[in-house]
Design a protein around this ligand. Structure first.
Ligand SMILES: Nc1ncnc2c1ncn2[C@@H]1O[C@H](COP(=O)(O)OP(=O)(O)O)[C@@H](O)[C@H]1O
Ligand SMILES: [Mg+2]
Length: 382
């Protein structure tokens, strides 16, 4: 195992140590295939629930939200066999400082033709926090994140990353700043392998195939998933494709990770796994921006929440200061008494009847009827 010569953090040999930012030494983040360190060994997912008061306190200390001194920040070194090492504790704190970045978006406006998608939006993310971004469809959430990730240029506004003004003119520029987005729609290459996808952005003319496979395997194992790096992405279930997206983001030096409706296509169980993964990343110091229309997810993982409506910022709140109905009121812009008010309709005659519909292998005899003026719900798991 290599060590950074400056701060002694463990890792493989690369240009710059992410723990202390010294050059020409090892780093715990960008590492060689066999040396990917198991930095945050706590696999007990129950302990990762940051609504557990102890964990929340721990994270708040990491976020600099409490007045306790840095020397009380718990480090992950205890489980990596270096317990008690003051040097590794210092390295861990240095890493925390260097990987956590704040995001400030100030006065962002964007028009698409006649549509004012964003109007003077202000949005701030603290280093290492999970910040939820919510709002009705068309509120401007995705556009705001596209501005942050360089996919869309804003007409007006300023972005500061880690306190420095940032010109994010392209996705490449965003990547260079450590900003990554995981969209709801897959952007993986389906006919490449898991390993090829994870290293795709960094493949040169000469590819160390064994190396990229080993690196992919190491990252996925570190995240707690067993996925064959040689498998074609299109053969994986959607949930594991999301995991590969996260692994891809982690294989680079990601400091700000945006997840735009990542659970929309997942089953509840897979969505839970993804949430655990998001918590793990936040504990590692990645700042997370989490877009979801599932408010229960927002309450489960977010530290703060910002509401957008019609392209404008409505409010930013600590998650502990809002209720679900309060959040919906902010999103809709008026108090609502019923989320889904019933209308008085009397269904008429049956206008459609389906009997014993079959199609191998998935449809095995389905029957239903629809009456005039009625809304028929069809439910089931994915
Ligand atoms: N490329 C585009 N061209 C034209 N209009 C767009 C484009 N992208 C988004 N919009 C419009 O901007 C508004 C905000 O959209 P979006 O950011 O996707 O909202 P959200 O993600 O909150 O649902 C919507 O009215 C949408 O139709
Ligand atoms: Mg959207």
């Amino acid at each position: 195992m290599e060590r950074c010569l400056a701060c002694e953090a463990e890792g493989g040999l690369v240009e710059r140590c992410l723990a202390c930012e010294a050059e020409g030494v090892a780093t715990p983040w960008s590492v060689g295939p066999t040396e990917y360190p198991r930095r945050f060994e706590n696999r007990n997912m129950a302990n990762l629930n940051h609504h557990n008061p102890a964990n929340r306190r721990e994270r708040e200390r990491g976020l600099g939200l409490t007045s306790e001194t840095a020397s009380t920040v718990p480090t992950e070194s205890a489980s990596s066999g270096l317990a008690g090492s003051r040097q590794s504790e210092a390295a861990s704190q240095a890493r925390q400082r260097s990987t956590n970045l704040s995001v400030e978006m100030i006065g962002i406006s964007k028009k698409f033709g006649g549509v004012q998608a964003l109007k003077d939006v202000t949005f701030n993310v603290r280093p290492g926090e999970i910040h939820a971004l919510v709002g009705e469809n068309g509120a401007g959430k995705s556009t705001l994140m596209k501005v942050l990730s360089g996919a869309v240029r804003s007409d007006q506004g300023l972005i500061r990353i880690g306190g420095d003004d940032a010109e994010i003119v392209s996705p490449h520029a965003a990547h260079a700043l450590g900003i990554r987005v995981i969209y709801q729609e897959m952007v993986l290459a389906p006919d490449l392998t898991v390993a090829e996808n994870i290293s795709l952005d960094r493949l040169g003319k000469v590819v160390d195939w064994a190396g990229i496979r080993a690196k992919a395997k190491a990252i996925l194992t570190d995240l707690g998933f067993s996925v064959d790096p040689g498998e074609l992405v299109r053969r994986l279930p959607v949930s594991l494709q999301q995991v590969v997206e996260v692994a891809k983001a982690l294989s680079a030096e990601t400091k700000v990770l945006v997840l735009d409706e990542p659970t929309a296509v997942l089953t509840p169980k897979d969505a839970d796994r993804l949430l655990e993964l998001v918590r793990t990343l936040a504990r590692r110091g990645v700042s997370i921006i989490y877009i979801s229309h599932r408010l229960e997810e927002v309450f489960a993982i977010a530290d703060r929440v910002t509401v957008l409506k019609d392209g404008q910022t409505v409010a930013t709140r600590n998650i502990s200061d809002v209720t679900s109905s309060g959040l919906i009121d902010l999103m809709i812009g008026r108090p609502i008494t019923q989320l889904f008010p019933r209308s008085n309709r009397t269904p008429g005659d049956e206008v459609l009847r389906v009997e014993d519909l079959r199609r191998d292998p998935s449809v095995k005899g389905i029957s239903f009827g629809v009456r005039a003026r009625e809304i028929l719900g069809i439910a089931g798991s994915m």
